[in-house]
Design a protein around this ligand. Structure first.
Ligand code: KG4
Ligand code: ZN
Length: 342
């Protein structure tokens, strides 16, 4: 997007359990990215404990911003605009990042862009490490599969910041299904990486789990699959003391991956999408990445591993396009609708 105004954005993300700051140039070139993860703290509760998360953000936010500046060899004087995740997320966590960003914007006299977390995930494949070659920029119309812990949806993106939601989950999000099934199998939080690890030595064909048939072919439903795993686990427990955790994990993962892949390809064909984009925490899943990268007939954009789960680089990327395309006025945090779906 060489015709867009150049800008260096400092972004902050604190929507859930990662305190993150990043500095990005012109929407794509990443100068610094720091993430203070709270996974170890929340693992003992088996999920994110909101009150603990917001307290931890308060402790981490200033060091994380200072680290990002140090990493980039820049000072706050070199920043042109700020971006911050304004939602969706945990209220007590969001407010820590929003207050930090508002304080910086007021103190520095810089514009502040409020970014929707989901739009941030969608922009993660635009980002690459400054100094490395820029990968091809995603081309529109683009079919975007967003798979995170809280959301699963298919969005047709016809231009920057322009989306049509074709379908979404009717119950659990894909990441949520990974987390819940991991708990059923006695695997640690977060469930996605645990299931992936167990699945590596499992047989994905051993258990045939059902796929939901839905009126809208672009919608998703994972709660029936979760229940099917539960019934299988209960039946197996009656027969033996040891569960075939690896085979269960591999069969569950294969079902989710195939469902996500088939629906996305169908949506891309039906809407004549030029390219595909996969983003959100579940896009870190190796089996999912392999399915898309090896089997799609059209180009697939998937973020680098470090940008799949929550980070601030993606918030900076979405924030840049909102800033450069004039979708924002200074400090419009509370009034500007930053995510519109037709
Ligand atoms: O995008 P994200 O970091 O947070 C939300 O915005 O929700 O996504 C977190 C989700 C969790 O449910 C986690 O289990 C899942 O992404 N996840 C994975 C993997 N890594 C993280 N799911 C499957 N395979 C993975 N390797
Ligand atoms: Zn996320």
């Amino acid at each position: 997007m060489s015709d867009l105004k150049p800008a260096r954005i400092l972004a902050i993300e604190t929507s859930c359990d990662e305190t993150a700051c990043a500095i990005l140039e012109n929407g794509r070139a990443l100068l610094a990215s720091t993430v203070a993860s709270q996974i170890d703290i929340h693992a003992r509760y088996g999920g994110v404990f909101p009150e603990v998360a917001s307290r931890q953000h308060v402790l981490s936010i200033i060091p994380v911003v200072e680290q990002a500046l140090a990493q980039s060899n820049l000072t706050l004087k070199d920043i042109d605009a700020l971006a911050v995740t304004r939602g969706p997320g945990l209220a007590g966590s969001l407010v820590v990042g929003m207050n930090m960003a508002k304080g910086l914007a007021l103190g520095l006299g810089l514009p502040l862009v409020g970014v929707n977390h989901l739009e941030g995930h969608i922009y993660s494949p635009w980002v690459y490490n400054a100094g490395e070659g820029a990968p091809p920029e995603p081309q529109f119309p683009l079919m975007a599969l967003l798979v995170s812990g809280g959301h699963t949806e298919l969005d047709l993106m016809t231009d920057h910041l322009t989306y049509k939601r074709l379908g979404s989950t009717l119950d659990d999000a894909a990441g949520e299904a990974f987390d819940k099934v991991a708990r059923l199998l006695g695997l640690p939080y977060p469930g996605g990486p645990s299931i992936q690890k167990a699945a590596e030595s499992g047989d994905p064909t051993r258990f045939k789990f059902p796929r939901a048939r839905l009126e809208n072919p672009y919608d998703f439903s994972f709660s029936g699959l979760k229940t099917a795993v539960l019934y299988e686990v209960n039946a197996l427990k009656k027969k033996s003391n040891t569960l075939p955790v690896e085979d269960l994990a591999a069969s569950f993962q294969a079902t989710v991956v195939d469902t996500l892949f088939q629906k996305t390809m169908q949506a891309a064909r039906d809407h004549h999408a030029k390219e595909i984009l996969v983003a959100g925490g579940v896009s870190a899943n190796r089996a999912l990445r392999q399915a898309f990268l090896n089997q799609s007939e059209i180009r697939v954009h998937i973020p680098a591993f470090s940008l799949c789960t929550d980070n601030a680089a993606m918030i900076a990327a979405a924030g840049y396009y909102r800033y450069a395309l004039g979708y924002v006025s200074p400090l419009d945090m509370d009034v500007q609708p930053t995510w519109s779906l037709s």
